[in-house]
Design a protein around this ligand. Structure first.
Ligand SMILES: C[S@@+](CC[C@H](N)C(=O)[O-])C[C@H]1O[C@@H](n2cnc3c(N)ncnc32)[C@H](O)[C@@H]1O
Length: 275
């Protein structure tokens, strides 16, 4: 039975794509990750999710989430009392998958998303929600006032929706306030930005990405001290992660890599150190 109507802004609506991707993945035998909460949430939201049924890019969203999960888990293994900030969290359930019982956690998104999020997630002493735009300067002070480092910022499928100047503003904002912190972000090249109407999932919603980043190494040019630690395409995932996938997923990704499609080659998952 439907419990929650969805009245989200245009860009905010995109959170329903990775949510549905995780719910669909959870039903598979050889799932890349498990997310029973996503299935429950999808079942209780009044939205035409069927438009995303069977889309190839849903698997891409799940692989991206799984890699971000690994990066956050690695960070928490090294810094069990560290702070994780999910930027543009949507209805992400990373906390449910990787929390270690000690970390401080913030979930930040635009006000209408946080209002919806509050219907499904409860704030605790260690887990807070912040309703703000990532481009506003004030939220970093809220985080700084209620946590201590080190910090990991996960911006999954968020920054490409901003204008390039806003992306640079966010990078400077984080680097100035939290020097030494880690930032995970995805980048999309011009071939992707220019063909979004044909994208299997984005073609079904109104939102469009704005920031074209041909090479994530450019992130280091805008500010001395920013280091690109690692960068992956979906067809070139870290070896240990690839090895844990089912044989059918491995075969699919190997085949995808052989095609060398711009939509795959130009979409990168990056981990940077800010300073
Ligand atoms: C494609 S969804 C990704 C959601 C989530 N990270 C995930 O992977 O499930 C994009 C998210 O970015 C958020 N977003 C877009 N612009 C934002 C901004 N200026 N400040 C904060 N969040 C923003 C949207 O509201 C939405 O939740």
């Amino acid at each position: 039975m439907t419990e929650h109507g969805v009245r989200l802004g245009t860009i905010q609506e995109t959170l329903l794509i990775p949510l549905y991707g995780r719910a669909a993945e959870n039903r598979k035998k050889d799932a890349i990750l498990r997310d029973p909460r996503a299935e429950e949430i999808v079942a209780s939201i009044d939205y035409d999710f069927a438009r995303f049924d069977g889309l190839q890019s849903l698997i891409g969203t799940v692989l991206r989430t799984a890699l971000f999960d690994r990066w956050v888990a690695d960070f928490l293994a090294a810094h069990p009392g560290g702070t994780v900030v999910e930027i543009g969290t949507g209805l992400n359930t990373r906390f449910e998958r990787v929390d270690n019982g000690r970390a401080r956690w913030f979930d930040l998104d635009l006000p209408d998303v946080v209002e919806l999020r509050r219907a499904f997630f409860t704030a605790t002493e260690r887990r807070s929600m912040i309703a703000a735009s990532v481009t506003d300067d004030a939220w970093v002070e809220t985080v700084a006032a209620h946590s201590s480092g080190p910090y990991f910022f996960a911006a999954e499928a968020v920054l490409p929706f901003l204008a390039e100047a806003d992306v640079h503003h966010v990078i400077h904002l984080l680097a100035d306030r939290f020097p030494g912190s880690l930032l995970a972000l995805d980048t999309a090249g011009p071939g992707i930005i220019g063909t979004q109407d044909e994208h299997d999932a984005l073609g079904k919603v109104e939102a469009r990405m704005q920031w074209a980043c041909a090479d994530p190494a450019q992130l280091t040019e805008g500010r001395a001290g920013v280091q690109l630690l690692t960068s992956h395409t979906l067809s070139n995932l870290p070896g240990p992660m690839f090895d844990e996938l089912s044989p059918s997923y491995q075969e699919m990704l190997t085949g995808l890599g052989a095609l060398r499609m711009p939509q795959v080659e130009e979409y990168r998952l990056n981990l940077v150190r800010l300073s």
